[in-house]
Design a protein around this ligand. Structure first.
Ligand code: KE4
Length: 428
């Protein structure tokens, strides 16, 4: 039961919109009361009513080493003794930036910021500054944080200008964001043809993780880079979710595509408010104080978050990625077997330790298919049954799941049997 979470939620609603500090946490799309979490360790989280869950959200991706990894906690405790923020350059920031340039193909310069939103909004500003162009292209179903330029729905026609999908976003902003379809290079080419010389950049999640888990097909990312460069535009890979998650060098390594700019977050900060944008010397030299594109932040690169990031990346060895991939393969094979044996109308996708299930029998290649073909009711039934049985999934069909180093052995087996039981309930 969730008595304490229920009472905490009504108290929270009195002082915070929806009782939460980020909308998805309110469980609006799945219904019910969100458990208020008190602590977390490894693959487990524990709520205010004493319930224990095997966690596949991992604070939306960051906890790849498991919650409260001893090395991260120890290092941050020590760092705290030296103070939490100086607002001045530190050697720690150099170390983290060097770890990023070592790992990610085509990164020469890195700028640390505090959230994925800040990384993505800064990256498009740099692209606009570097090209002198105003328009950007994003993809339906991709999420790059809550900056105005990204809260845009597709216009009425395929080639019309975007329209705001949040009050408070102006038409003026929306008209500079164009919407394309993921895994559909023709939709991108058409936008360049309709807006010659006006598009500064295309920003894309290399693996869609905000509309379930949708990997790129048929060299889509390579084609995107080609079309961008043929039209004088930059390619931005938003690796806030995939960076250091799906491989040591992120999706850029998996798909062998080097963009002009990257956005990072989540794993990079090891669970602390830390993100970054990065890219080639040619593009990043536009950033102040070297260049004229302005971006700043009081707490950017603060020593505690940077310490967590350093320890996290240092612990993400090739062997750890192999173990994470093995856990992902085990889940994938288990679900494939359930689909075969029971004929469930479900499809799934996985890249490394990022995965997702669609309650649809369609071969999902883009966002519109998720909305049109998924059985949201059955997903919600499955979600709540898992929660009751102690498995904590993302509270939306439009999200992905994540694995940490503690999702192995009996913990993973326990989660798999809950998933099997919960599918049986959802399809009873
Ligand atoms: P933040 O501003 O939330 O740190 O990052 C924004 C962001 C940017 N790019 C990608 C690919 C992202 O997935 C995100 C944030 N992801 C969501 C969950 N899918 C965060 C959860 C939330 O909004 O509470």
């Amino acid at each position: 039961m969730l008595e304490r979470s229920d009472s905490l939620l009504s108290r929270a609603r009195k002082v915070m919109p929806g009782g939460v500090n980020s909308p998805v946490r309110a469980f609006k799309s799945v219904g019910g009361t969100p458990p208020f979490i008190e602590r977390a360790k490894g693959a487990h989280i524990f709520d205010a009513d004493g319930n224990e869950y095997i966690d596949f959200v991992l604070t939306w991706g960051p906890a790849i080493l498991g919650h409260a990894h001893p090395a991260v906690i120890e290092a941050c405790k020590k760092a705290l003794d030296n103070g939490s923020s100086f607002g001045a350059p530190t050697e720690l920031e150099i170390r983290l930036a060097e770890l990023v340039t070592d790992r990610v193909p085509g990164v020469d310069l890195v700028r640390l910021v505090n959230s994925g939103t800040e990384a993505c909004m800064s990256a498009i500003r740099v692209a606009r500054g570097a090209t002198g162009r105003d328009k950007i292209v994003k993809f339906e179903g991709c999420y790059h944080g809550h900056a105005d330029s990204f809260l845009i729905a597709a216009g009425s026609g395929a080639l019309t200008l975007g329209t705001p999908n949040s009050p408070g976003v102006t038409k003026g902003t929306a008209q500079d964001t164009l919407l394309a379809r993921f895994n559909n290079i023709e939709s991108v080419q058409a936008l360049f043809d309709a807006n010659p010389g006006e598009i500064a950049a295309v920003i894309v999640e290399p693996i869609c993780g905000n509309t379930g888990c949708i990997p790129p097909r048929d060299n889509f990312l390579g084609e995107l880079k080609r079309v961008c460069h043929e039209n004088g535009a930059l390619l931005i890979l938003d690796e806030v979710m995939t960076g250091f998650r799906v491989a040591r060098g992120g999706a850029a390594e998996v798909y062998d595509v080097q963009p002009d700019l990257y956005c990072f977050g989540k794993v990079l900060g090891g669970g602390f408010p830390l993100a970054a944008y990065a890219g080639t010397e040619e593009v990043m030299r536009n950033v102040a104080p070297d260049g004229k594109v302005y971006q700043a932040g009081t707490l950017s690169g603060n020593p505690i978050a940077v310490t967590a990031g350093i320890v996290t990346l240092e612990h993400l060895t090739p062997e750890v990625y192999e173990q994470l991939d093995a856990s992902g393969a085990k889940i994938e094979a288990f679900i494939a077997d359930l689909i075969d044996r029971h004929g469930y109308p479900i499809t799934q996708a996985r890249v490394g330790s990022m995965f997702g299930m669609f309650f649809s029998s369609e071969d999902i290649r883009e966002h519109a298919q998720v909305t049109a073909s998924c059985d949201f009711e059955r997903f919600n039934k499955f979600f709540h049954t898992c929660l009751e049985k102690g498995v904590y999934l993302a509270p939306s069909q439009y999200e992905a799941g994540f694995l940490c180093i503690n999702h192995t052995g009996p913990v993973l087996d326990q989660a798999l049997s809950v998933i099997e039981e919960s599918l049986a309930v959802a399809f009873a």
